[in-house]
Design a protein around this ligand. Structure first.
Ligand code: UD1
Length: 427
């Protein structure tokens, strides 16, 4: 297993170009199955999760090439509606295949998806939405078989504004007969990106970005070329890293409107932020101030995907902060690791009380999930001494070579790749 080695204590400085959004690219790649032909998607980051999605699409019969930041996907030879269990288990986003497969083939066989261990992560809202559109669903252990002679537009109300369920239902409804309305829909920017992509192929969808999305079914889509939005979570991670190391960083290719809640919170801690078009400048030279209360909630509120990273900054703040996590119940696993680095954090159910300390100290820590891993990297950059972050494969799921991004900003960070043990081959 790869490790990241970080010699901390150096302020980040310089300019970084932000990668395309993983959480926009994954549903968009799955949605490409709705059309027969070659779609070209630009600004697709080179990540483990993207590789798994492309492996699934190839297994289904598509031809997929990912060169540099562009994916060319020919879906005309797709011939299977079955996603193998081993691939399903590799990431949560494999669930995005169910809506497009059902719409294209009238059937889909999938398995319970895997993914980051940050909570229960049910898929009942996805399945309820598909059932409302006319799918018959049989769950046999971890196998889920969906069949629909035809999908028919309907009204779907989500009990919770799930991002993935909103996207799956949108994808299934695009080729359905008639009008579908999703109420209490999630409002994340990645859902707006999916709407733009589907409309570029000839779909008729309005409302993404609000809590009501309307999809008028269409008979056939046409292939298109499309560019993915910037990754707001990677941008946010770099902004917090700049602040935690008391550095000065310029981020290019961002959409500041997608980062409003983080910008607001960072300014409250005393970090200086300026915004100019798609450029964000972050600078900090003094100890951050604590924030009495931050609550993670669906967009546009503070995102759960930046909770662990912000916690590192607050762990170094003057004063006591409180963070409440309302989206995933298992998302404080980084707290134990941060404590090993000298942080003073107490967790009570879904709230963390963070008593700022003047400094963190390097330690060997383990990335337990994607964003927890990113938080530990930030902690290592800000800490005194050497930090080793283990289980880096979690971080590779969402950050395109994080050590290269940070090296470009002057950090002392490198990847330690274990040399394969050849002793077993010695005769
Ligand atoms: C997406 C993001 C993830 C982010 C999350 C919340 C992608 C690929 N991933 O994940 O990075 O952390 O949004 O912003 O876009 N739930 C149910 N039943 C369902 C679906 C969800 O109970 O059928 C619950 C989940 O267990 C969780 C909450 O709803 O507690 C939010 O989940 P959801 O919005 O669906 O997140 P994802 O789409 O999995």
């Amino acid at each position: 297993m790869d490790k990241l080695v970080i010699e901390g204590g150096k302020p980040l400085s310089g300019t970084i170009v932000i990668q395309g959004a993983k959480n926009a690219a994954l549903p968009i790649l799955a949605a490409s199955l709705l059309v027969e032909g070659t779609v070209t998607i630009d600004h697709v980051p080179r990540l483990l999760d993207i590789k798994v999605m492309l492996d699934i699409l190839r297994d289904i019969g598509c031809r997929a090439d990912h060169t540099d930041q562009t994916v060319e996907l020919d879906t005309s030879s797709a011939c299977s509606s079955h996603v193998p269990e081993a691939l399903m288990r590799q990431m949560r986003s494999s669930i995005f295949l169910i809506g497009p497969l059902l719409a294209r083939f009238g059937e889909a066989t999938i398995y319970q998806p895997g993914g980051c261990a940050i909570g229960e992560r049910k898929i009942d809202l996805h399945l309820q939405g598909l059932k409302a559109l006319g799918a018959h669903i049989k769950e046999e252990g971890s196998r889920i078989v969906c069949v629909a002679d035809r999908l028919v537009g309907t009204e779907v109300h989500l009990d919770f504004p799930s991002v993935g369920a909103t996207e799956n239902i949108m994808m299934a409804a695009v080729l359905a007969d008639g009008l579908t309305t999703i109420s209490n829909a999630a409002r994340e920017p990645e859902i707006q990106d999916l709407q733009r992509f589907l409309n570029a192929m000839g779909a008729n969808i309005i409302g993404a970005g609000t809590d009501t999305i309307t999809i008028e079914g269409t008979k056939k889509l046409s292939p298109c070329r499309y560019k993915i939005i910037p990754d707001r979570i990677v941008a946010g991670t770099m902004m917090v890293a700049a602040a935690a190391t008391r550095g000065k960083v310029t981020l290019q290719n961002t959409n500041p409107a997608h980062l409003t809640s983080l910008i607001h919170v960072l300014r409250r801690t005393g970090v200086q932020i300026t915004v100019d078009g798609d450029i964000i400048k972050v600078g900090s030279s003094s100890r951050p101030k604590a924030i009495d209360r931050i609550v993670t909630s669906p967009y546009p509120a503070f995102p759960t995907d930046l909770q662990s990273q912000l916690m590192v900054l607050l762990a170094l703040a003057s004063g006591v902060s409180v963070m409440k996590e309302t989206i995933f119940e298992g998302r404080f696993k980084h707290v134990d690791e941060l404590s090993r680095m000298g942080a003073d954090i107490r967790v009570d159910f879904n709230s963390a009380v963070i008593r700022g300390v003047p400094r963190l100290y390097g330690a060997t820590v383990e990335a337990t999930d994607l964003r927890a891993g990113a938080a530990l990297v930030i902690a290592g950059l800000a800490a005194q001494g050497k930090t080793i972050v283990e289980q880096v494969h979690h971080i590779d799921r969402g950050y395109d070579r994080i050590e290269e991004m940070l090296d470009g900003l002057g950090a002392r960070i490198w990847r330690d790749v274990p040399v394969p043990d050849k002793s077993s081959h010695v005769m």
